[in-house]
Structure formats: structure tokens, C-alpha cells
Design a protein around this ligand. Structure first.
Ligand code: C2E
Ligand code: MG
Ligand code: MG
Length: 749
């Protein structure tokens, strides 16, 4: 029987050829022919063929067959086209060559060539078209067929297009793995990755760092500019993060404005601190989103396994605590986890409670730091700096308690008190010097703020042009027209506006041109940087001064401590200086006394230049020399060395190991020595801990400490000290300590 005798479609023309070569239709028709059903077998066969044809044309399914060698003997025309050719071109080609190995084939999965050689029935095998231009996935099933003697003749089968389902499934699993807004890995997938990495690294004793990045002032952008702008901003943040981190780590979005970075095999806090600073700098650059200009910042908490925790839960908790501290210490900073942090968190909670009562208890007072004309040395104004004399703890820095006040919503009450008191004091000064008051962004954003200013001026009788309002660029993250309206409201009252902390990372000269500032204060870190060789800060300061002069603004350089900074600032024509070269902040009583003659002139004095930023301290640490551990005190510390005290007559050149705790060991050599004090130089420079302190770049792994015979509390079970300290192996101490010295003195008496 000829299958196409009554059918003349293109598809069945092919079938006709195929039937001659024992193809699929040939086989069907011959089988149908050999099994007459309900009357005329010819009609039935033709019906069946028509049915199959319309099924093929509906594109719900398709058919294929091969010969015994696996070469194609039939394929539905429409599928042949999807596979990259007309069916006639594909016939005779190996069936397996039309498909490629799928990307997610794992080593154990069955492949088409393998199945075809097995000559067994198969179904639902998903394969991808090899030469299709667009991604095309097919699900195929087949069963072997044999002649009457049971000889294998090939495969016959069917298939369907599953491209859409595949895409849907992969989109769904993508959604489960990735953050739909930024395209970064999401919290769940990062948690899984971190857990597996840390589990593997525990047995391999490898390190892994985690950084938690939280955006500063993002909420303000979201609240004032709306969620679509917030979303667009988050996408830009993700892009910047990916660019800065590059291949060094993996970035994910935990949700909201929180991101996490996993850095494998990274425990060097020098490297981590540098990367964190880079991230903060990059994220703090202005963004242009939907016609709005936004400035946000970032704070980062860093923890490193195995030092700060072993499981992902521990390490995330540690980095979270470090982040909290970074935020609490003024934002725009990074912070490494350390064991003291837990204590400091509790301390902040107590301080927030105490702060509530501080105003009523009279624990707060104002100090005034002179702002001096750099050419004449005459004091022309004062900055009001809030001081808290805590009944139990003594003086607490505003850098610590102002952020606590902001967090605990106490800043408004505190700020109101400051402005009232400052105006009251200034109105009674014996000269017309100006008084500057710091105003936090949240105070500035409050529409009632001008009323507070009015009330303070009215109550004190101070003339408005003597009052300066110091604000930072944080105020520009708010709704632009509201910020403008606030500027106008204050300007209409004739108070002066000062841009504080210029150069701390969020600076933009654009603000100077648009906002009606009367003065710009260049931050101390920016000035400090300007004295370093190769720094461009000097040129930038010169440009700011030129711009400021052109638009009638004054400039003040803050935090000038040394004569080299002072000379540079004068050379750059900065009009005013505020810093220890002139005076620290003084009490109102001292100020009044100094102004008694109607004018206060101060001669600048100070060290010639900064010494490698030595931090004065009284810190007890352990010092290891040969087999002995001595207890000593560090009196000052810099990145390159320290002054230590506690041992007598130590020769120059002696090598020590200083144990700063928590695995922080630093090899040092004595370079100066007087009776009980030694100047020591570190073999490896210390690095910033992100919080004004110093730490060792690397720490000795807790695994090594355990091996050396010391107990390490956070190591997993099974990590017991491998060697116990042997008392007999200890040699005699080489140096006498203060205690020995005191004892000999007592004996001599
Ligand atoms: P600020 O407004 O930038 O104030 C200047 C800070 O630099 C003051 O620190 C001042 O004592 C310090 N300083 C001045 N000259 C030198 C110097 O030569 N060397 C060094 N190392 N530091 C110098 P202070 O008093 O600790 O205040 C820190 C910050 O706390 C202030 O920074 C300001 O942002 C905030 N603050 C202080 N009082 C208030 C307040 O009443 N309200 C608000 N909202 N913030 C305040
Ligand atoms: Mg200030
Ligand atoms: Mg400042």
C-alpha cells in the first residue's frame, strides 16, 4: 500500500519517501494494513495518517524514527525546521547529532547517544536542539522496533517542545536564588553558599570573611523621593558594589538596603579595611536617579571565620554587631568585629537611657571653640560643642552620644536646648563674635525648626546675623524643594548658614553654587591629607577657596593641630582656622574672661607636623620573649611601633612578640631603651580598625593556637589542644619586671 495515494500534503510527500525506506509512516501504514480494523483497512490507514498529520500540524507533538544505526529515517517537518533544516536534509543523519548535551546534565544523567545504543524504551528525555538559532528544548520518547525475527530495526518515537516550560522553571528557580530587583544573589542562596563554604573551610582550616553593608540615609531617599526612585537607587548601588568587589568576593542583597559580601580565603584586615573603605567611598558618590540627585552613604561590619565565629549563623551575627557599631560611631565607617563589641552594645543602650535624664539633671554643658581669622589671629566666632559630664562615666564625646541621641529620638529635645543656651550665652558676651551651632539632618528636616530658631533669638535677644547654623551634606538627601524651602526660611531670618565637614566623602561643589551658604568648613581629615606628599587635596582646597571668594563665602579649616597644616592653610588663603593650633573648646566662663578686653587674639602654636598618628593609651598586653610571657603596658601606639613599659634594662635589638589578644600577635624589635621603657618597631605595620584604633592585619588562626597547646573556646568539638605546655622546658626569664624591681628594693631596705 502506498500511504500517500490519497493524501498530497507536503508532509505526507515526505512520508511517501520515508515509507519506502521503512520509515515511521511506512511502518505505521504497513502495520495498520496488516491489522484491519472495522471494515476497510485502507480507509482506516488513511484516516490514521490524516489524524497524525493534523496532530503534527497542530504542533502539539511530533514524530521521529531511526534505522538500526541511529540515523534519522523520519522527522516531522515543523520540528526539522526548528532543528535547523528541512526534514529531507536531516534524514540519514545520526539522530543524536541533532541535539547537544544540556548544560545541566550532570555526569550521571543519561545522554541520547548512550540511550540509543542501549536499544531500550525511553521517555521524557529533555534535549536541546544543537543548531537552532533560538533556545529550543524538546522532550523525546522512543521505543525500539524489531522485525518478525526480533532483529533490531531502529527507534520510533514522539516528542514535544518544552522550551516554554523550561524557561518558566528556570525563571522560577532564578527567582528563588536571585533578588529580582538587583539581580544579585538573594539572602536564601547566600546563606546556603556561606553555610557550605564555612562547613568545608572548617575541615580545611581556611578563612572566610563576611562584610555586611548597610546604606546610610537610604530611608530618607525612599520616604522623600518615593519607592520607584529608591528601587532605581538600589540597582545603582548593586552595580557599584559589583564593580568595586569584582572577582574578590560574592555580593548579595539581603533585603531592604542591606547587602552582604562573602570573601573566600581572606583574613587580612589590611586588605579587608582597604576594600571596605573603597566600597564606602564608591557608594557615597552622588547618584542621579530619575532626575533627582541623591547622596547616601554606607556603613560596613566585617567578621572573619574562624576568628569571629565558625558557623554562618555566628559569623553573620558577628558582622551584624560590627555593622551596628559602625553605624553607631557616626556612619560612613567600617568596623571589624571584636569581643568588646557585645559589651559596647549594652553600654550604648544604657547611655541612651541615661541621656534622657541628662538635660534635666544638668549634666550637659556647652563648650565654645574659637574660630580665628588666619591673617590677624583675632577670634571672630565660636563653635558650640556639646559636652556631657556623665555622673558616673565622666566626659562622653559628642561623636559617641549624638548618634545615640539621633537613634533614640532625643536629638530634637537636645538640639532645642543647645540653640537656646548658645544664643543666651552669646548675647551676653562682651563682643559681637558669632556663635555657630551644629544642627543634625533630622533637626533640619523638621518644619518646626525655623520656629525654634525664632524662639531662641527672641528669648536671648541675639541678633540673627550672629547665629550660624552648621549643617552637613546629609541634609541634601531630603526632598529638594523642602530643603530649599528650609534654606529660604532661615535666610529670610538673616541667620548664617555653614556647610560643615566638607571633604568627608559626600562633598559636591554643586551644593555650594545652589545653596545659600555663607561659609564652608573644610574637614580636618581633608586638611591632614593635604600635607601628605602627592596629595591633590591642596589643589582642591585652593579651588574651593577661589570659588568661595567669588561667591562671597568664608572658608574655615577645621582641626588644624600642627604648624605645617597651618602654614599650608594660610598659603591656600583659607580665611579662618579652628583647631588646637589656636585653642581647644573652652567653657563659657573662660571665653568671657578671654574676651574681657573686647577682643581675643591668639598666637598659633603646635608641633611642627604629625607624628605617625601615635595613640596615647594605657593598655595592658602580654609580651613574649623566648619561653617567657611578661605583662607590660603600652603607653602609645602607632602603625609602625609603640612605647612599652614594665621591663627593666632591655637591650636594643631584642626581639619580642606582643600579644594584643584574640590571636593578634606582632613581632617587634626594641629600638630605644631607657630604664623601664622601650620604644619598639613592628615587623609588620598595624592597620586601622575602622574606629580610630589599630589592629594587626592578620591574626593567628585559632587552630594554630590550639595546636600550640592553648585552649580556644570557639573551636568545634574535636579540636583539643594537641600539645600541653611543658613547665620544665621553660627557661629562666631574661628580664626583670617592675614587680621584681620593687621586691629587690624592699629586700635592700
Ligand atoms: P564638628 O561639628 O565637625 O566639630 C568639630 C570637632 O572637631 C569637635 O569635636 C572639636 O572638638 C574637634 N576639633 C577641633 N579642633 C580640633 C583639632 O585641632 N584636632 C582634633 N583632633 N579635633 C579638633 P567634638 O566636640 O568631639 O564634636 C564632634 C562632633 O559632634 C562635631 O563635629 C559635631 O558633628 C557633633 N556635635 C557636637 N556638638 C553638637 C551639637 O550640639 N549638636 C549636634 N547635632 N552635633 C554636635
Ligand atoms: Mg561643626
Ligand atoms: Mg566639622
Amino acid at each position: 500500500m502506498n500511504a500517500n495515494s490519497s493524501i498530497s500534503s507536503a508532509s505526507l510527500d515526505t512520508n511517501a519517501k520515508l515509507s519506502g525506506s521503512r520509515g515511521f509512516f511506512g511502518n505505521i501504514s504497513s502495520r495498520l494494513g496488516s491489522q484491519p480494523l472495522m471494515g476497510s483497512c485502507n480507509i482506516k490507514a488513511a484516516d490514521a495518517l490524516l489524524l497524525l498529520q493534523s496532530y503534527e500540524e497542530s504542533q502539539q507533538g511530533w514524530f521521529w524514527s531511526t534505522d538500526a544505526s541511529g540515523n534519522l529515517t523520519y522527522i516531522t517537518e515543523s520540528v526539522a525546521r526548528a532543528l535547523g533544516g528541512a526534514s529531507a536534509e536531516l534524514l540519514g543523519k545520526p539522530m543524536a547529532s541533532l541535539f547537544c548535551k544540556s548544560a545541566d546534565d550532570d555526569a550521571g544523567s543519561r545522554t541520547l547517544p548512550f540511550i540509543l545504543t542501549k536499544k531500550v524504551k525511553f521517555s521524557g528525555l529533555e534535549v536541546q536542539a544543537a543548531s537552532s538559532e533560538e533556545e529550543c528544548w524538546l522532550s523525546i520518547s522512543g521505543r525500539p522496533y524489531h522485525d518478525k525475527s526480533g532483529n533490531f530495526l531502529g527507534f520510533r518515537g514522539s516528542g514535544s517542545d518544552v522550551t516554554a516550560q523550561r524557561k518558566l522553571t528556570s525563571d522560577t528557580s532564578r527567582l528563588a536564588m536571585f533578588d529580582s530587583l538587583t539581580g544579585l544573589a538573594n539572602r536564601a542562596s547566600m546563606a546556603k553558599k556561606l553555610e557550605t563554604t564555612l562547613a568545608a573551610y572548617r575541615s580545611q582550616q581556611r578563612a572566610c570573611a563576611v562584610m555586611l553593608v548597610d546604606l546610610d540615609r537610604f530611608k530618607q531617599v525612599n520616604d522623600t523621593l518615593g519607592h520607584p526612585t529608591g528601587d532605581a537607587l538600589l540597582k545603582l548601588v548593586a552595580e557599584r558594589l559589583l564593580k568595586v568587589v569584582g572577582q574578590a568576593g560574592e555580593v548579595c542583597r539581603l533585603g531592604g538596603d542591606e547587602f552582604q559580601i562573602m570573601l573566600r580565603d581572606c583574613d587580612d584586615r589590611g586588605v579587608l579595611g582597604d576594600l571596605a573603605s573603597k566600597i564606602i567611598r564608591s557608594l557615597s558618590q552622588p547618584y542621579s536617579v530619575g532626575g533627582h540627585r541623591c547622596i547616601i552613604g554606607a556603613s560596613i561590619g566585617i567578621a572573619v571565620s574562624p576568628f569571629d565565629g565558625l558557623t554562618s549563623e555566628e559569623i553573620v551575627k558577628s558582622s551584624d554587631l560590627a555593622l551596628y557599631e559602625a553605624k553607631g560611631n557616626g556612619r560612613g565607617r567600617f568596623r571589624f568585629y571584636s569581643k568588646e563589641l557585645q559589651r559596647s552594645v549594652e553600654e550604648r543602650q544604657v547611655l541612651a537611657e541615661d541621656l534622657e535624664n541628662a538635660i534635666t539633671n544638668g549634666e550637659l554643658e556647652l563648650a565654645y571653640q574659637p574660630i580665628v581669622n588666619a591673617q590677624t589671629n583675632v577670634v571672630e566666632g565660636f563653635e558650640t560643642l556639646l559636652r556631657w559630664n556623665h555622673v558616673k562615666r565622666g566626659r562622653i564625646s559628642p561623636a559617641l552620644f549624638i548618634p545615640i541621641a539621633e537613634e533614640a529620638n532625643l536629638i530634637w529635645e537636645l538640639g532645642e536646648w543647645v540653640i537656646h543656651q548658645a544664643c543666651k550665652d552669646a548675647a551676653q558676651w562682651p563682643c559681637k563674635a558669632r556663635v555657630a551651632v551644629n544642627v543634625a539632618p533630622s533637626q533640619f528636616a523638621n518644619q518646626r525648626f525655623p520656629k525654634i530658631v525664632d524662639a531662641a533669638l527672641q528669648a536671648s535677644g541675639l541678633s540673627p546675623e550672629r547665629l550660624e547654623i552648621e549643617i552637613t551634606e546629609g541634609v541634601f538627601t531630603g526632598e529638594a524643594h523642602e530643603t530649599d524651602a528650609m534654606f529660604q526660611a532661615l535666610k529670610s531670618r538673616d541667620v548664617r548658614l555653614v556647610l560643615d565637614d566638607f571633604g568627608t566623602g559626600h562633598s559636591s561643589l554643586g551644593h555650594l553654587q545652589t545653596a545659600p551658604f555663607d561659609k564652608i568648613k573644610i574637614d580636618q581629615n581633608f586638611v591632614r591629607g593635604a600635607t601628605e606628599p602627592g596629595s591633590r587635596n591642596g589643589a582642591i582646597i585652593a579651588a574651593i577657596v577661589a570659588l568661595a571668594e567669588a561667591i562671597g563665602m568664608e572658608t574655615t579649616a577645621e582641626g588644624i593641630e600642627t604648624m605645617d597644616e597651618f602654614d599650608l592653610i594660610k598659603k591656600l588663603n583659607v580665611s579662618h582656622v579652628q583647631g588646637y593650633v589656636y585653642s581647644e573648646a573652652v567653657s563659657n566662663a573662660d571665653l568671657v574672661e578671654n574676651l574681657a578686653g573686647g577682643q581675643w587674639t591668639i598666637e598659633p602654636t603646635g608641633p611642627a607636623h604629625h607624628r605617625n598618628d601615635r595613640l596615647s593609651m594605657y593598655r595592658k598586653v602580654r609580651m613574649i620573649h623566648e619561653n617567657h610571657v611578661y605583662s607590660i603596658v603600652i603607653r602609645n601606639l602607632s602603625v609602625t611601633g609603640a612605647l612599652v613599659e614594665g621591663l627593666y634594662n632591655v637591650p636594643i635589638g631584642t626581639k619580642f612578640v606582643i600579644d594584643f589578644g584574640d590571636g593578634q600577635l606582632a613581632v617587634a624589635t626594641v629600638c630605644r631603651s631607657t630604664r623601664n621603657q622601650q620604644g619598639i618597631k613592628f615587623e609588620t605595620r598595624l592597620v586601622s580598625d575602622g574606629n580610630g584604633g589599630l589592629c594587626t592585619s592578620r591574626r593567628v588562626s585559632p587552630y594554630l593556637i590550639a595546636e600550640a597547646g592553648l585552649e580556644v573556646p570557639n573551636l568545634p568539638a574535636g579540636h583539643v589542644p594537641t600539645r600541653k605546655m611543658d613547665a620544665d622546658s621553660l627557661s629562666l626569664p631574661a628580664f626583670s619586671t617592675v614587680a621584681d624591681w620593687e621586691a629587690t628594693k624592699v629586700k635592700a631596705k
